[in-house]
Ligand binder design. Structure first.
Ligand code: GRF
Length: 218
């Protein structure tokens, strides 16, 4: 009989609304991908490109279209049922474009993380690249953080920074931030799944290593 010394990596459910490039990064990260298991991808949009990525990897997909529910709490109740079917240790918001109620956030307290395309606390909300350029900041980037009921707020796990260049426009800046997002998210998910993160108020301590710092080369 074949002997396998298998420790099953923690189960992760990923929530998406769109193209799913961060999902793709989670699924193909060479350094961290073996430390977690994406068991399902859930979308509020049946047209989300990321669903095809999940399917191509043989991962379960579920669609819970928010438009089909009378209100936010009915939508979230359905989402919770679908997510909990997979008993995830971690739920990752990777481009999930719905505002979540405190009830949903509480249900996943301490095991719900989000990736946001700015160096929080600067520029919560939408159009972050445009707003960063308008504000004239020298550094922009992305943040992975634990989710709290306040939008794009919550203990910061790690950040990745890029330099704002004179010739940048929102699209070009956003593309360079996205390259860093794809490094940042797998590293943070892996750290969570290794029990390497300890939350102390708004601060997250990395127990086994220093937080990764992804800074763009000049
Ligand atoms: C990313 O920029 C992420 O930071 C934000 O939404 C975008 C999702 O992109 N929350 P993708 O669907 O992962 O390509």
């Amino acid at each position: 009989m074949k002997h396998t010394n298998s420790i099953v990596p923690p189960a992760v459910v990923v929530l998406i609304s769109g193209r799913g490039s961060n999902l793709q990064a989670l699924l193909s990260d060479p350094a961290h991908g073996s430390l977690y298991r994406v068991v399902a991808v859930v979308s509020n949009q049946s047209s989300a490109g990321g669903l095809q990525i999940a399917q191509d990897h043989g991962i379960a997909i579920r669609c819970v279209e928010h438009r089909q529910f009378a209100d936010r709490s009915a939508f979230e109740a359905a989402m919770t049922l679908v997510i909990d079917e997979f008993s995830p240790q971690l739920v990752v918001l990777a481009g999930f474009m719905r505002i979540l109620t405190a009830g949903f956030v509480q249900h996943y307290a301490g095991r719900l993380v989000n990736i946001h395309p700015s160096l929080l606390p600067a520029f919560p909300g939408l159009n972050t690249h445009e707003r960063a350029l308008q504000a004239g900041v020298a550094l922009h980037g992305a943040t992975v953080h634990f989710v709290t009921p306040e939008l794009d707020h919550g203990p910061i796990i790690a950040q990745a920074a890029v330099l704002v260049r004179p010739q940048d426009n929102p699209q070009y800046l956003g593309e360079r931030v996205l390259v860093r997002e794809h490094q940042l998210l797998p590293a943070c998910v892996a750290a969570f799944c290794q029990n390497a993160l300890q939350v102390d108020g708004m601060r997250v301590r990395w127990l086994v290593s220093s937080p990764p710092v992804f800074i763009e080369e000049k």
